[in-house]
Design a protein around this ligand. Sequence first.
Ligand code: NI
Length: 135
Amino acid sequence: MLVQVGRRESFSAAHRLFDPGLSDDENQRLFGKCVSLHGHNYVLEVTVAGGIDPASGYVVDLKQLSDIMCRRVIQDVDHRNLNTDVPWLSGLIPTTENLALTFWARLLPDLPAGLLRNVRVWETDKNWAEVGDHL
Ligand code: NI
């Protein structure tokens, strides 16, 4: 029987939604007020699924999952400008969708094979984007 467990970490970062290939007017039309530099208190939620290890009673030690999330994502993005300060986000418009997809790719290699199920990024209390192997 598979059991899902998860971990939530938060970070604060600045961004603007802006495509350098478009004119100022086109960017304004596409992104509205998000074209200006502003900040969010983001939440990163990661779900893993697997069998329970009889020795520990865990699917995975959530402290280890937390460490991986911090090492692979949080330490690089917390208190940064996502447009300019994070080499592995370079060239991407830092929408919540692109963050979720990129965070998935950052986390996958550091987790035991087959464990990662879902990565959800909350940009605000109301807006989130999710990447999952069930989609
Ligand atoms: Ni924003």
